[in-house]
Design a protein around this ligand. Structure first.
Ligand SMILES: [Zn+2]
Length: 43
């Protein structure tokens, strides 16, 4: 919809996720980092 500075260049939206363990909304996360909520490693 109305996002002005979005340049459709293979944005890795797939990495924007929730923790599969506790359901915490991560937003952007780095694979391998621990969930800030439950500490579960996110792959
Ligand atoms: Zn979690």
């Amino acid at each position: 919809m109305g996002k002005p500075n979005e340049n459709n260049s293979m944005v890795v939206d797939d990495l924007m996720s929730i923790c599969p363990h506790c359901g915490f909304l991560l937003g952007v996360f780095i694979p391998g980092m621990p969930c800030p909520m439950c500490g579960e490693t996110l792959l």
